[in-house]
Design a protein around this ligand. Structure first.
Ligand SMILES: Nc1ncnc2c1ncn2[C@@H]1O[C@H](COP(=O)(O)OP(=O)(O)OP(=O)(O)O)[C@@H](O)[C@H]1O
Length: 257
């Protein structure tokens, strides 16, 4: 569904992506991991069409993303940027319903979808009319997640979606989101700094370093057969690599074997 071919991207002379080939298959969750600054968010921005590659291309549903098809493609994507990116002058409801309003959804449909999502992310009704500045970081993150999911997109791009949440809500949301993505056959490309979260969500893990993909495949493959020393170092830097391995075995799908 989403494919990067030979993608290179520089920001003012500094290389952010150095020839990335990556396939995000339909109905699967691919998780980007790697050290800070290795290019993970840049990959999401390219998919959302916010920036253009200097070389190579980003393909969505078999067609290269270009000026003439970007808007139609964007309407089928939900994108949540790292800090949430809520508009400060709009309430939670205003932010979440913005695109649906622009597309002419009747008020009743908007409200029904809003309530469904608020329940999913556990955002209490007393916060719905508040402005982003009146929310905690975790509440803002949940509102941003609602906004990304509002139009029921086929492709979901999430940049550290659960990073600001407290551990209990985070674990609950991990479970529910993973179940929803699987049930509704969503294609997801997600960034996380937490390898345990990556193992939990990811059908496919993509480990990056300095603008390049170092290894991609099942969590099991990454943990048990690291392609190079960097992969092993990255895994071993986690608090409980052995536990991750057990979890990876538990979450493995038949297709990954
Ligand atoms: N707008 C920009 N202008 C200049 N350099 C940028 C810009 N955005 C990103 N970069 C640089 O490009 C590189 C890749 O950035 P990117 O945000 O994709 O990394 P990341 O892996 O998502 O990092 P993190 O995990 O810290 O969010 C970094 O060196 C970063 O400093």
């Amino acid at each position: 569904m989403l494919r990067y071919l030979g993608v290179r991207k520089q920001y003012s002379g500094q290389i952010a992506l150095d020839g990335v080939d990556l396939d995000c298959p339909e109905g699967r969750t691919s998780v980007l991991i790697g050290p800070s600054g290795c290019g993970k968010s840049t990959l999401l921005r390219l998919a959302a069409g916010l920036i253009r590659p200097d070389r190579g291309g980003v393909w969505f549903e078999g067609a290269p993303l270009a000026a003439n098809n970007l808007r139609a493609a964007r309407l089928r994507m939900g994108y949540m940027i790292q800090e949430g990116g809520l508009f400060p002058h709009l309430s939670v409801r205003g932010n979440v319903e913005l695109m649906a309003r622009e597309l002419g959804w009747p008020a009743e449909r908007r409200r029904a979808r809003f309530s469904e999502l608020a329940e999913l992310v556990r955002l209490p009704a007393r916060l719905w009319e508040r402005y982003p500045l009146e929310l905690s970081g975790g509440q803002r993150q949940r509102a941003a997640l609602m906004r990304a999911l509002m139009l029921d997109p086929d492709l979901i791009l999430l940049d550290e979606p659960l990073g600001a949440l407290d551990p209990i809500i985070r674990v609950e949301l991990q479970r529910e989101l993973a179940a929803i993505f699987a049930r509704l056959h969503k294609t997801v490309l997600m960034v996380t700094h937490d390898l345990a979260e990556a193992v939990f969500f990811g059908d496919r893990l993509v480990l990056m370093r300095a603008g390049c993909v170092v290894q991609q495949g099942s969590a099991q493959a990454l943990l048990q057969s690291p392609a190079e020393a960097f992969v092993a170092d990255f895994v071993n830097a986690q608090r409980a690599p052995q536990r991750l391995l057990a979890e990876a075995a538990e979450h493995m799908r038949p297709a990954d074997v």
